[in-house]
Design a protein around this ligand. Structure first.
Ligand code: GLU
Length: 368
């Protein structure tokens, strides 16, 4: 079997109980199954939730706290307990685990994004198991990844994973809610996540976690857009993850023929960078960048909004609306000068090179 790079995401309800404690048996089962993958030489990255869920009891809460400070304090306690438990349990299988706590800003800052990539690659090259969670203790609401389902999809795209396995407490995607509708039918395979599925999905998560089926579908959609096939489901025992990669998993496989990885720079432009301004282009430029594989030249720009420097990311719009995002090769000042001199100057400058451009259609609506 070919060696794969696999991102496994485990949610809070698959790691902890309702009382705010780690469920040792459940955790043992995951550790055994991940170790079995590693023994077969697969590279694994674990995205593990459960920090808040494993910590709130020790703070004296009887259920998952709702205040920000309550959640953040619970995460500080729970994350430590969780990693301590993982380290001990993985060691029994000769697997060295490591902890990476990420915030959204680690991804939006290009330098930190590159560093995170280098660190992850080094850990994987050396056979270490990276365990990733959001750095809940310092993440503020507006600047989070949303939930760990989305984080796992972004990590999957980031490391060019061969697949993303989202383990949850339900065995896949159904055409209705199987908990309330006994006639709901399970999908074994899906090619895409459609708008209808998203509209019908339940956004309520468990009592201890945050995501529901909707967040899993959104994550799957993002992973697919980055070229990563997805499995959503459940399983038990040492072989549960090996079964997933052998096509025998208890859940839904989501993949299609058209998947291809998006390079990390384009992922950063599309999904993580902060935009510094807007550029409005004419029809000729729109055609060049959307249909002719061209770069954006200053001759096609008729208006600039905002102030930006060379290297910043901007939105590009035409009279037809939003076209995509790109990293600029000149500042707004230079570009404005060019526009003023359109009629005088014959030489157009390159504003966005093809390689630094991501079309809105290619990456889905998350791009904005
Ligand atoms: N990062 C959160 C935690 O570890 C969980 C987020 C989620 O449930 O998606 O508690």
């Amino acid at each position: 079997m070919a060696k794969e790079r696999i991102v496994v995401k485990i949610g809070s309800s698959s790691l902890t109980n309702d009382k705010g404690e780690i469920d040792q048996e459940k955790l043992d089962d995951h550790v055994r199954a991940i170790s079995a993958l590693k023994q077969q030489n697969h590279e694994v990255i674990l995205v593990s939730s459960g920090a808040v869920a494993a910590g709130f009891k020790k703070l004296g809460y009887s259920s998952r706290p709702v205040t920000l400070k309550g959640k953040q304090a619970a995460a500080a306690v729970g994350q430590s307990l969780l990693i301590q438990t993982y380290l001990e349990k993985f060691l029994a299988y000769d697997v060295t685990a490591s902890l990476i706590l990420l915030t959204r800003s680690d991804f939006s800052d290009r330098e930190r994004y590159r560093n995170a990539f280098a660190t992850l690659s080094e850990l994987l090259d050396r056979g270490i198991l990276p365990i990733i969670n959001e750095n809940d203790t310092v993440s503020v609401d507006e600047l989070t990844f949303g939930d760990n389902d989305m984080l796992s999809a972004l990590v999957g795209g980031f490391v060019h994973a061969d697949r993303l396995i989202i383990l949850t407490d339900i065995n896949g995607i159904y055409d209705g809610n199987p908990r309330t509708n006994p006639n709901a039918k399970k999908f074994d395979y899906l090619e895409n996540i459609t708008e209808t599925m998203l509209a019908a999905a339940d956004s309520n998560g468990s009592k201890v976690g945050t995501g529901g089926m909707k967040s899993k579908l959104l994550a799957a959609k993002t992973a697919l857009s980055l070229g990563v096939p997805v499995f959503i489901g459940q399983g038990e025992g040492k072989n549960k993850l090996l079964e997933v990669i052998n096509g025998k998993g208890n859940g839904t496989y989501i993949a299609n023929q058209g998947l291809s990885w998006v390079n990390t720079k384009k992922q950063w432009i599309a999904l993580h960078s902060e935009t510094a301004g807007k550029i409005f282009v004419d029809q000729g430029a729109e055609e060049a960048i959307l249909y002719q594989g061209g770069s954006l030249l200053s001759a096609g720009v008729f208006k600039v909004k905002g102030m930006f420097e060379k290297g910043d990311v901007v939105e590009v719009l035409s009279t037809n609306g939003f076209l995509g995002k790109g990293q600029v090769k000149c500042s707004s000042h230079e570009l404005n000068n060019q526009i003023e001199q359109h009629t005088l100057s014959k030489r157009a400058i390159e504003v966005i090179h093809r390689d630094d451009w991501v079309e809105s259609q290619k990456i889905g609506e998350e791009i904005k």
